[in-house]
Design a protein around this ligand. Structure first.
Ligand code: TXA
Ligand code: MG
Length: 326
């Protein structure tokens, strides 16, 4: 069908009814758009995998309303998790717990853990209050592609395969949630994201570890992921103009993304984030899509500093730039 609606109460009611009927609905979150299904309905969850073209062993995040009873989904909630939830929920933090036996295998990809998050978007929050259950939702893109940060991006990625797209405006953060797991007594960041490790460290009293090879598996963390078709060339701020000029001189259609201003005569697209890292994160996936739409040959990106939101941005850029050596 492929049906767009605004974020009005009437649309939210329709989305709730569709989820209850086992349909798949795209919804706005503060990070990226999600492709939602009733987390307790195995057939509906299986449809999410089919629509995305995602391997079935890649687990989904269960989205819950504020104040939801975590014990219905997870066993053994560490005290540290409760402290993080208090500060970051609703918000861009996902936490991994031992799963309750009632969580379907289709959601967890057969793992004995479950990922939980309380999203901070008024439309999704309202829907969760009315729905009164868990909503399983991966990012609403085809597997391996860039996550959508607007309702129109969902349409371009998935088209009529989605029963309904609820338009809640552009995503405020624009980059996926931070995923935290607990190994023994220690919090580990499996995926950097919208909640910075500095902010998490402020709550925990220590800097969470990066994952080791033996850490809990996060199957979405493939080296190559979130990739546009346009080639990416990553560099530092100081290298940017030189690298871009050389590519322009070689006759390439070049796009440029950076945190601050860089002047490159002859570039086909130049965009800077006005020295605001939040603007960089919010615009990054949209600019990757734009590079593809404009058929650029190469997008030259100056890596932002390795701190705060910059950590998640760099992570996505490295994955997007990765090309396996065959
Ligand atoms: O911001 C977000 O997190 C967005 C919005 C829609 O909430 N969702 C999102 O979902 O990014 P997805 O499916 O694209 O990425 C979720 C990641 C995947 O890498 C998946 O492997 C990991 O979470 N994950 C889910 N359940 C897990 C589990 N039990 N253990 C380890 N990793 C898990
Ligand atoms: Mg995704």
């Amino acid at each position: 069908m492929g049906h767009f609606l605004d974020g009005s109460d009437q649309s939210i009611n329709l989305a709730v009814n569709m989820l209850r009927a086992g349909r798949v609905v795209a919804l706005p979150t503060e990070t990226v758009y999600g492709l939602a299904a009733d987390a307790s309905n195995r057939t509906a969850v299986a449809r999410v995998f089919a629509v995305k073209g995602r391997p079935v062993d890649h687990p989904l995040i269960v989205h819950l309303g504020q104040g939801a009873n975590l014990a219905q989904w997870a066993k053994h909630i560490p005290d540290q998790a409760l402290r993080l939830a208090e500060v970051f929920w609703p918000g861009p933090l996902t936490m991994i717990f031992e799963r309750h036996s009632s969580v379907p295998d289709e959601v967890t990809g057969g793992l004995n853990t479950v990922a939980l998050r309380v999203p901070d978007h008024p439309v999704f929050q309202k829907l969760l209050r009315l729905f009164d259950g868990g909503v399983a939702a991966p990012s609403a893109n085809r597997f391996g592609c860039v996550s959508p940060t607007t309702a129109v991006d969902v349409w371009s990625s998935l088209g009529a395969a989605v029963d309904l797209i609820v338009d809640g405006g552009p995503c405020e953060i624009g980059i996926e949630s931070t995923i935290v797991a607990f190994e023994g007594d220690e919090a580990v960041i499996l995926r950097p994201g919208g909640a910075s490790s500095e902010a998490i460290a402020n709550v925990l009293g220590y800097r969470p570890r990066d994952p080791t090879p033996s850490s809990v598996r996060a199957p979405g963390m493939l080296a190559s992921h979130y990739a546009p078709v346009t080639a990416l060339e990553l560099c530092t701020d100081t290298e940017l103009a030189g690298v871009a000029l050389k590519l322009v001189a070689n006759g390439m259609r070049v796009g440029i993304l950076s945190l601050g201003r860089t002047v490159v005569p002859g570039a086909a697209m130049v965009w800077d984030a006005g020295c605001d890292i939040g603007v960089f994160a919010r615009s990054l996936y949209g600019m990757m899509r734009r590079a593809d739409a404009d058929a650029l040959d190469v997008l030259v990106v100056a890596l932002p500093p390795d701190e705060g939101l910059g950590v998640a941005i760099r992570d996505r850029l490295y994955r997007a730039a990765y090309r396996p050596i065959l």
